[in-house]
Ligand binder design. Sequence first.
Ligand code: NAP
Length: 297
Amino acid sequence: MTATDFQRTPNGAVLMDGNRLRDTRVGMLAGRLLQAGSPSICLATVLVGDDAPSRVYVSMKHRKAVEAGLVSRGLELPSEATQDEVESAVRSLARDPQVHGILVQLPLPGHLDTERILALIPAEKDVDGLTERSLGRLVRGLPGHAPCTPLGVMRLIEHYHVATQGARAVVVGRSTLVGLPQVLLLGRKGIDATVTLAHSRTSNLAEVCRSADILIAAVGQAGLITAECVKPGATVIDVGVSRSEHGLVGDVDFDAVEPVAGAITPMPGGTGPMTIACLLENTVAAAVMQGVDVPLV
Ligand code: NAP
């Protein structure tokens, strides 16, 4: 697809359609697996409690995993499950040679020690890329799984031909889930953006954001990024999700920013679907690391 084929917003910005790209990539994965003789590759999820959004996210992950040709195994524990019970569930998945990728759906109920639970996932099965070993590998540039949301952002950037070499990128939000790994991915050799990390203590946030050729908002504050935060022609990627009376909304005030931006993600339908696509790609990569033969094309 060339840049001229991309769908545009009413004022001409490229609409970075995550649903469409997810479907393309899931279709490509399905094709790859079929060509490889449909090996049994299993993604296992662990869901603790009845948090409604978590349940929706997990069921969506399963649906897309099956579409890609993966085996999807869902383990559910009640919200009062003890630390020992959750740990023993994760340990048994970690030992199981039929399971290639493990995802513990976060957030876990407050009485559980998330770090201790995540630490039980072997790095090669850590398809969410959130354990200290995976993040350490990312920092050191070693083979491993990058966290799915920032990886999904990179896929959007690549697919929509956003120039990164020498570009100035600003990432708003410094969590280990999104902001920090995003900075690492954008600053990698070959991507070569010059990256600024902004957070709640950044002074003159609008001015900092306005310096960006690529602006990525991962905060969780509806409408934080207004038109005055955006350099004309910049690429604006919205990771934030907040619930409002109008449904799910992002960090970016889409209607105000779209006339200024050169490219922009919709919300919903931008970064969320790409998180799932990257989870499935990480699962296939995990299986390859564990000896399953899946050719690249
Ligand atoms: P988080 O751990 O709460 O981190 C939020 C970050 O935003 C923090 O670093 C915080 O700064 C910063 N921040 C808060 N208020 C700010 C402000 N007024 N100005 C600038 N920075 C501010 O959240 P997270 O886990 O990274 O998630 C961020 C958002 O992404 C959430 O809405 C989450 O739901 C969404 N999300 C979406 C996807 C997806 O697939 N699209 C996936 C994961 C998460 P301090 O560090 O200084 O407190």
